[in-house]
Design a protein around this ligand. Structure first.
Ligand SMILES: Cc1cc2nc3c(=O)[nH]c(=O)nc-3n(C[C@H](O)[C@H](O)[C@H](O)COP(=O)(O)O)c2cc1C
Length: 191
């Protein structure tokens, strides 16, 4: 079974909407071996090392986050900062990833696109149709029967995303990496 790591970037951790959404998503396809990590409320350095090891060991990663003032959750931002030394390494080069964003009403598509941009730059593979935004607005709208429903992202679209990452996990491709300065990215350059 392929190992899929689901990272919850919500500041509300296992108590929030993202956690509830993840519970639904993992029931959509039972042929995958999921592990869920809630990134919130775990500030210790050892925790981030363990998450990085899980990222290196899995076959694909699903990043889930809410939208907070037009951005992704602060625990996810912390992870991206901690992951800086994984850029262009075999641990993530060409590893398929999916992104699922929740929001109330606005800002989520920009979060999705920007996050996919960051992940692609780090070295992850973004398969086609591997990102979605699910909003409170759609959740309410979808309770009414409408011929427009197909144009709204729905929870069922997550099933299609899982199919696409499964297809991507079956790919065997040799990617080329650009050189990355491996010295301390935090060192001072402004004098
Ligand atoms: C501090 C904060 C800021 C938010 N900012 C936005 C926003 O800019 N746009 C939006 O549509 N929803 C916004 N929301 C709503 C959340 O994105 C949405 O409820 C999401 O499902 C939260 O997931 P969580 O409970 O796992 O944190 C915000 C919520 C919080 C708590």
């Amino acid at each position: 079974m392929k190992k899929v790591l689901i990272l919850n970037g919500s500041p509300s951790g296992d108590k929030g909407n993202c956690a509830a959404f993840i519970s639904k998503v993992r029931k959509l396809d039972r042929t995958l071996d999921y592990e869920v990590v809630h990134l919130a409320q775990k500030p210790a350095g050892a925790f981030w090392l363990s998450v990085k090891k899980k990222i290196a060991d899995c076959d694909s990663v699903i990043f889930v986050t809410g939208t907070y003032w037009d951005s992704w959750g602060s625990p996810l931002q912390r992870l991206l900062e901690e992951m800086t030394d994984m850029e262009a390494t075999p641990a993530i080069m060409g590893k398929p990833c999916a992104v699922m964003v929740l929001m109330h009403s606005v800002g989520g598509k920009s979060v999705l696109s920007r996050l996919q941009g960051v992940l692609s730059t780090m070295g992850f593979l973004i398969p086609p149709m591997s990102g979605m935004v699910y909003s409170l607005v759609s959740d309410i709208a979808l309770k009414t029967k409408t011929t427009h429903a197909k144009d709204f992202w729905q929870i069922e679209d997550a099933e299609l995303i899982l199919e696409n990452i499964k297809t991507a996990m079956a790919l065997k491709v040799e990617w080329t990496t650009w050189p990355v300065d491996k010295k301390d990215p935090r060192r001072k350059w402004f004098k």
